[in-house]
Design a protein around this ligand. Structure first.
Ligand code: ZN
Length: 72
């Protein structure tokens, strides 16, 4: 089981094996899983990666901007 968490320092979404106690972000911050807010969970690492990507994209696009306008 994997959990989707967010780094408090840089705001990136990350996934971590639920059995782990900590997860280190690419920015260097170490997140304690028991203190982290869990946004989602996934059964496989691949699914977890997809969910992280979807969350990250949703956040960086925001509400005022959408790629759909370019796909007509
Ligand atoms: Zn970070």
């Amino acid at each position: 089981m994997y959990v989707i968490i967010k780094c408090r320092k840089c705001g990136r979404y990350l996934y971590a094996d639920q059995d782990n106690k900590t997860r280190q972000c690419v920015c260097g911050a170490v997140i304690k899983l028991k203190n982290a807010v869990v946004y989602d969970s996934a059964a496989t690492e691949r699914e977890a990666g997809d969910k992280v990507r979807a969350l990250q994209e949703g956040e960086s696009m925001g509400d005022h901007f959408s790629f759909h306008t370019f796909n007509k």
